[in-house]
Design a protein around this ligand. Structure first.
Ligand code: PBG
Length: 323
């Protein structure tokens, strides 16, 4: 029996009723703030297309992380910008690299904030690809050992979670093996399992100074048309030992998030990437959208689709808004 017996509006009449029947809840602890660290002191270089986001030195990064912790944000995700780039990205596993120093500082100053490190070579290679080049091509198997070195170096510095974002085949197994051999059996791997070759990474490449010099990433990142293949990637990473998986970007891939959620038991992260953030910021700056509400609605949608962990440049603002 439908209308006039059924009137869904009855449960929408007041905020207290709406609160009572709300299906999706977002809490600050589920949010993760990405941070870009580099060498130096008192350094803060704003990123043009990401208002409010900056590359910082470790001392300045600690201030941002402290702000995040105070707001109740659950964790941070670290990206490093090296002083020197080379063909194989050697600085990515340097014990005194920006990320390694940032991890140590964070674990000392803010031990309760979860520290996740992005494991990839693209910021560290002079050609800007996520692996080593052999005859102009990203060589999968030669890259694995380098990624494993980087992950072990992050874990030894004290990272709570390592998160490989390179999309090489077999990297979760290679990293797991290296971590175990390096006495880091307790360090979990959050794999960027379904990472699409997305235009929405545009502003990030300025932030991380990781735009490929030639070509693009379609030879290793996924085709935006493929959802079934995303399920295959997730399965392979889980078989190789991933402790949690990620879908990236988030907003344009809610169907993939929902599908992964339905068929896997591990924690699921989704990354609301730089371009998703930039679009909302740009429209808000022009007065075309209410930025605060667009932020909360976009994050709620990602949570509703099934993500447990939300990686977002809005983390601090959203956490403060939720209080
Ligand atoms: C690669 C990496 C990228 C992002 C996170 N890790 C960029 C890429 O693959 O080009 C994008 C994040 C964002 O856009 O916010 N290490």
């Amino acid at each position: 029996m439908a209308f006039p017996v059924q009137r869904p509006r009855r449960l929408r009449r007041t905020e207290s009723l709406r609160r009572l029947v709300r299906e999706t809840h977002l809490v600050p602890e589920q949010l993760v703030l990405p941070l870009f660290v580099r060498a130096g002191t008192k350094l803060r270089r704003p990123i043009e297309a990401m208002p409010g986001v900056a590359q910082t030195s470790v001392d300045e990064m600690l201030r941002d992380a402290e702000g995040a912790a105070k707001a109740g944000v659950g964790g941070v995700l670290l990206f490093g910008i090296p002083e020197h780039k080379d063909a194989t990205g050697t600085e990515s596993w340097a014990d005194d690299g920006a990320v390694q120093r940032a991890v140590r500082a964070l674990k000392q100053e803010l031990p309760d904030l979860v520290v996740i490190t992005d494991v990839c070579l693209c910021e560290y290679t002079d050609h800007g690809h996520c692996g080593v080049l052999v005859n102009g091509d990203v060589d999968n198997d030669a890259t694995l050992e380098l990624l494993a070195r980087e992950a072990v170096s992050h874990a030894r510095a004290g990272a709570d979670i390592v998160a490989p974002s390179d999309m090489m085949d077999g990297r979760v197994a290679a990293i797991r093996r290296a971590l175990d051999e390096g006495q880091c059996t307790h360090t979990p791997i959050l794999s960027y399992a379904a990472k699409f070759a997305s235009v929405f990474y545009g502003p990030f490449r300025e932030a991380a100074e990781s735009t490929p010099r030639s070509g693009d990433r379609r030879g290793y990142q996924m085709d935006p048309s493929n959802a079934r293949e995303a399920m295959r990637e997730v399965k392979l990473d889980l078989d190789e030992g991933a402790d949690a998986v990620m879908v990236k970007p988030a907003g344009p891939y809610l169907d993939v998030i929902a599908r992964v959620r339905r068929t896997t038991l591990v924690p699921l992260a989704a990354y609301q990437v730089s371009g998703e953030f930039a679009m909302i910021k740009a429209a808000a700056e022009r007065g075309w959208l209410d930025g605060e509400r667009a932020m909360m609605e976009s994050l709620t949608a990602i949570r509703r689709a099934g993500a447990d962990i939300l990686i977002t440049y809005f983390a601090i603002d959203a956490a403060l808004g939720l209080r």
